[in-house]
Structure formats: C-alpha cells, structure tokens
Design a protein around this ligand. Structure first.
Ligand SMILES: Cc1ncc(C[n+]2csc(CCOP(=O)(O)OP(=O)(O)O)c2C)c(N)n1
Ligand SMILES: [Mg+2]
Length: 672
C-alpha cells in the first residue's frame, strides 16, 4: 500500500507491550471459554483464540480517541482497544459491574470511554454503524478514524457493500478490517465467496485494499498503520483482509467436527502468539525473563478479575426495565397543543410545509442536524417536503444518498452515536422493510444493550399510506409494525400543527424516532402557531368531544373519523374522536378515560387488521376500563390482504368514512 503523505501517528507500541496484549486476550478467552463450557456463564461464547494478532495489530496504532466497532467475536478487539478485563469479564457473568450492566452479555458490549463503540450479534450489522461513525467524525472535522471489524461471513451481507460504497463516495475515515478466519460457522469461506478474495472487493469501490497474513502481528500492524495514514491523509476508506484461523469451534456449542485435522495442525504451526514470541526471542528484542514477566502480569490481572467476579452479587432484576430510552416519555410534560390557538396567533399552512418549517427551525438552531436520503436535494424528496432547502443549507446539510435503505438507517445510527443529529428520509414507508435490522436490532437497542452508554438521537422520516393506487409496495401503513419492539418512538401526526410541534420535539429527543407522514395529508392545510411549540410525545388529543362513543384514530384516519362523526351526528350520535398522534409511546390512558365516559370504543387505523395497534389498544382499554364499557370494542383497519392497485379494489381493502360509520353503528347496536 503506498502512502503519499505522512501523518505523525504515535509510535508503534513496544514489542513487549504488543506481546502482552495478545497474551492477555489468549488467556482471557481460554479461561472464559472454560467457564462457558462449564455452564457458569449465561448464553453463548465465541472464542477469538488464534486471531489475537488481528485485534492487537489493528488496534496497535490507534489513538484513544479512535473508534472501533466489533462483531460477535469481539472480546479480543475490546481488550486490544484498552478495555478493562474485570468489567468485560463481569459482563460475561451477567453482573451489574459489567460494561453493559448484564444487559448486553458476550456479544453486546461497549466502552465508549476507550473508543470501543460496541460489539454486535448480527453478522455484518456493525459495518454501517462504523461507517456512520466515520460520517460523524468527518462532519465534526475530527481527526480520528474508525475501525470496522467484521468476518468473512459478513463480507457477503448487503450492509458490507452498501457501506463500502457510501464510505468510498464520501471518503469516510473508516478502515474496514475483515477477519477472514476461514469459516462462517461451519461454512468454509471458499464455498460461499465469489471473486478473487475479499480484499479485492475494494477494487469495485475504487478504494485501497490489502490482504495480509493475519497471524503475523507485525504485518497486520504495519499495514493497518499504513491504512490509518492513508485514511487520515486522503480521507478515504481502506479495506484490509486479514487471513487468520479460528482455532476453536464457532461457539460454545460447536464441537468443531467439520474441519480437517491436518489443516488444523498446519494452522497450529502458525499460531500468532507463539510465532511472535519466538520472533522476539530470535531477534533479541525480548528475553525469556521479560516475556515471562509479561505473562505473569497478565495472569495476575486475570486471576484478580476472576476472583472479584466470583464475589459479585447477581444483577438486580429491577434494572432490566431501565435505560430503554435515553429521553424518557414525560407523562406530565406541558402540551401547548391541547389549547386552541388564539385569533391572530396562527397561520394556515399545508402539512408538508409545517414539516419543513420544523426541520428549518431545528437546523437553524442546531448545526449538528443534517438531512440524509434519496433524492432530497434538488428534487426535494419524492413528496417535495425538502423542496428549496438545498438553496438555504447547501450540500453540507442535505445529502443525497444512494438507493441503500439499510445503509441510510445504519449510517444514521452510527452518526447519531458519534455525536451528530441525522434526519434520514425513507422515500416510501414500504422501503422501511429493508432497514428493519438496522432500525430495530441496532438503533432501537443500542442504548439499552450498552446500558445507557450511547445515545441514538436520530429521526427517520417516511411517508405511508394508500388511496393513490400505488399498489402493494408503495401504499402500506407499517406504523403498527414498528411499535412491537421497544426502543423506538413512532410518531404519526394527522395535521400541520401536530406535525410541526411533534417533529420539533423529535429533533431534540435522544431516542431513535420514526416520524411517519401520510401521503394524503401533505397538501391538507391547517392552523400552525406563529410561535413555535414543542408537543410532547405520547399524548393523544381529543379532537372532537362526544358522549356516545369514542373513536381512536391516527394519521389520515383522524380526518376520515371526523367526517364519520359528522355523519353520525346527523342521527344524534355524538362521537368523541381521539387522535393518537404517537403510537410509541401509546397513550392508553386518554383513550381508556374517554371510553369510560362514552362506554364504547372503535379504533380506526390504516395498518392491517391483524396485529394492528387497534388490537393493542383494545386489549389495554378492556384492562383499564372494562367495568365502564357497554359495547364490544370494534376495529376498522386495512383488510389482511396486500394493498391492491385498482381504485375499486383499494377502496374495498382500506378504511373509509362509510366503514367507520357502519362500524360505529354496529358497536352501538350491540350495546347492552
Ligand atoms: C444476520 C445474522 N445471520 C446469521 C447469524 C448466525 N451467525 C452467527 S456468527 C455467524 C458466522 C459469521 O461468520 P463470520 O462473519 O466469518 O464471523 P466469524 O464467526 O467467523 O468470526 C453466523 C452465520 C447472525 N448472528 N446474524
Ligand atoms: Mg469467519
């Protein structure tokens, strides 16, 4: 690898120090695997024995403020980056003193204080996160780098390709280190990997790449050092494939029966620790006594950590429900939007414009905010919400991305963790299905599984909804789907005022939020206060009062429900309409109180009937207000079929004013 300019990196650590780090990893992994196999550790265990030279060689030239994102086989990476043996071990035992307070376990540990930004149980899941961290570093003008560790198996995930493409086009300071240990569980790399080799995939993205002997500490060290220099000088990513060998079985339960003993024996000859030890002795860079002293020090450190761990009390079960959200939902937060607007204090504006105003106001106040999505710049987004914003904020604050939805959300997640505030746009909510791993396994979980050590202040905006004949892949309401997993906020405003005020709150939240707009609402107009307001999340609003039945709706369904209420009123039925506004948190209380007053409830949603939020609310209301109800709770929802394109078919499937009216009548007819 050629380096065109020179960056002054700290000197390479002395050989004895490097040896000691490798030795420490070896004994940690060996001892802990014994503990796991003896059933004294919960869960699984992935040993990195045999791969120590990659971890230590890669981290050897990093500075404390450089960052690392790791994999399920991440203990070695963490220790190489300066992680504390005791805190890591305590995590493996599931103790409160562990890095993740027992919430993460072996595959989910982070130590941001030493730049270790998390290990990850999803193969390939950390690659976009690392890339997003690189984006955050670059946006903040910080001179540090990120190492993204991943395995040969992960190099076949889409996240790898999306990330490398994005890192290459934006020249992000990321060093992608593929630890090719020959195997992805029981599958040999050669059987599932096309092309010359993994390193060579860098060619496709026009970035520098190198294949190194991952069992030769000095070779790894030298090449990664060159990579860091390259990244720092040229601001370009680098891909390094370190060829190594997984000595142990894949995980605790793997008996390792599928590999040739001869090949294993060959690799044993190339053991990185023994090899480096011999080299140091042969070249006179260390004496036997010095090496033994290193080993003794590490042995003692491990023994001490082990002894301390044996004295730790089991983690308190109450902590299981803490640190799910970085910004808690405040049930008592003042909600200015419950008050009607005074004359002269508002202007009528379309929904899309209210959203843009919230974005603009937040961007003017907070320079960390930037917009990130497909066709959001000159084109203004598919539904033109960001029209004209490029002229004001320029390409620094609005970034057109490739068509890479998982990458968009993954990079936003990493960027948010890295200290900036991304607002991602997913062009149609249907495409959010491509992002679910990054959204729900990563963004929504990181704060919790790393025990509050990281925050993900990111907003993903996306339009949902049918009534336009777009068919099954461009019409869905997937808002309910997102509410099933904790850690995410799901906001679904029905009008311009709420859209602006809720988005303003989302842009100061420290939680990941999916802000769901509705295509049919973009051009609807409503009063928006001249003075900006912030509306707390998780508070429903009664938008029409009535004594006979409660209709709980969200998003566009609120408009249909209000129209239905007018029709019902002609027959003397006074419906109370509750706009849910947010689905997570879900305001069960307001609906239960309303239903207790009216003694009847109908829910109206555009998501599918089965497993919709209406079912959840129905269950909650019967729990909270059973004694008050005088009628069966009925639900209006999209039928359980893919959304068809022809208007007649779409009408048959989606909720309508008529269906709401009929359902309300049915509920009231069944009244006891
Ligand atoms: C998305 C996903 N698919 C499958 C798995 C199950 N799994 C765990 S590790 C692994 C193999 C990963 O291979 P590689 O990336 O080479 O890492 P290594 O285990 O060799 O370190 C698989 C398939 C997973 N954890 N995540
Ligand atoms: Mg592997």
């Amino acid at each position: 690898m050629t380096v065109r300019r020179t960056v002054i990196l700290p000197p390479v650590p002395p050989p004895l120090q490097l040896y000691e780090r490798m030795y420490k990893i070896r004994i940690f992994e060996s001892r802990m695997e014994e503990e796991a196999k003896a059933g004294r550790l919960p869960g699984t265990f992935h040993s990195s024995v045999g791969q120590e030279a990659v971890a230590v060689g890669a981290c050897g030239s990093l500075r404390p403020h450089d960052l690392v994102v790791s994999t399920h086989r991440g203990h070695g990476h963490f220790l190489a980056k300066g992680g504390d043996v005791f805190k890591l071990m305590a995590e493996l035992y599931g103790r409160a003193e562990g890095y993740s307070g027992g919430k993460g376990g072996t595959q989910h540990v982070a130590g941001p204080e030493c730049g270790f930004m998390g290990s990850n149980g999803i193969t390939g899941g950390g690659i976009p996160v690392a890339t997003g961290l690189g984006l955050a570093l670059k946006r903040q003008g910080r001179e540090n780098v990120v190492i993204s560790f991943f395995g040969d198996g992960a190099a076949n995930q889409g996240t790898f390709h999306e990330s490398l493409n994005m890192a290459a086009i934006w020249k992000l300071p990321v060093i992608y280190v593929c630890e090719n240990n020959g195997w992805g569980m029981s599958t040999a790399v050669k059987d599932v990997t096309a092309g010359v080799n993994i390193a060579h995939r860098g060619e496709a993205y026009g970035i520098l790449y190198q294949r190194v002997d991952g069992n030769d500490l000095e070779e790894v060290l030298e090449q990664i050092r060159a990579g860091i220099q390259m990244v720092l000088n040229e601001q370009a990513p680098v891909l390094i494939e370190a060829v190594t060998w997984r000595v142990r079985g894949h995980s605790r339960s793997d008996q390792n029966l599928y590999r040739s003993k001869d090949v294993e024996a060959e690799w044993a000859q190339r053991d990185p620790l023994a090899r480096y030890r011999t080299k140091l002795l042969k070249t006179g860079r260390a004496t036997e006594q010095e090496l033994t002293a290193c080993e003794k020090r590490s042995d003692e450190e491990l023994a001490d950590a082990y002894a301390r761990c044996q004295t730790l009390a089991p983690v308190a079960p109450e902590t299981a429900v803490t640190k799910v959200y970085a910004t808690p939902a405040e049930a008592d937060a003042p909600d200015p939007s419950q008050e009607p607007l005074k004359d002269g204090a508002w202007e009528e504006k379309p929904y899309w414009q209210a959203i843009q105003e919230a974005l603009r106001e937040a961007m003017d106040k907070d320079p960390r905010i930037f917009l990130f999505g497909e066709d959001i710049c000159e084109y203004g987004g598919c539904f033109k919400v960001t029209r004209g914003m490029l002229e004001t904020y320029g390409k620094e604050r609005l970034i057109n991305t490739p068509v890479s939805e998982a990458g968009i959300v993954g990079l936003c997640t990493g960027a948010a963790m890295g200290g900036v505030r991304p607002v991602g746009e997913i062009m149609f909510m249907d495409f959010i299905l491509l992002t679910l791993d990054q959204l729900l396994n990563h963004a929504a979980k990181f704060h919790y599984i790393y025990n509050g050590q990281v925050k993900i202040p990111m907003v993903i905006r996306t339009p949902m909804g049918g009534y336009r004949g777009y068919g099954a892949t461009h019409s869905q309401c997937l808002d309910a789907l997102l509410t099933h997993l904790p850690g995410l906020r799901v906001v679904t405003p029905s009008n311009a005022r709420d859209a602006k005020g809720l988005l303003a709150t989302c842009l100061t939240e420290n939680n990941p939020v999916v802000f769901v707009e509705h295509k049919a609402l973009y051009i609807t107009k409503g009063p928006v206060p001249k003075e900006s307001e912030k509306i707390p999340l998780g508070k429903a609003k009664i938008v029409r009062t009535g004594k006979d039945i409660t209709i709980a709706a969200n998003s566009y369904m609120v408009l249909l429900s209000l129209q239905a209420a007018e029709i019902l009123a002609k027959d003397g039925i006074e419906a109370e309409v509750v706009d849910m506004r947010c689905l997570a948190p879900l305001d069960r209380k307001t609906v239960a109180e309303s239903a207790a007053r009216t003694q009847a409830l109908v829910t109206v949603e555009e998501s599918h009937f089965t497993g919709g939020w209406g079912a959840e609310l129905t269950a909650s209301v019967q729990e909270l207000a059973f004694g008050y109800l005088d009628a069966p709770i009925l639900r209006v929802a999209a039928a359980d079929v893919p959304i068809p394109a022809a208007p007649e078919l779409e009408r048959a499937v989606l909720p309508s004013v008529d269906k709401i009216v009929a359902t309300v009548r049915k509920a009231l007819e069944a009244r006891g």
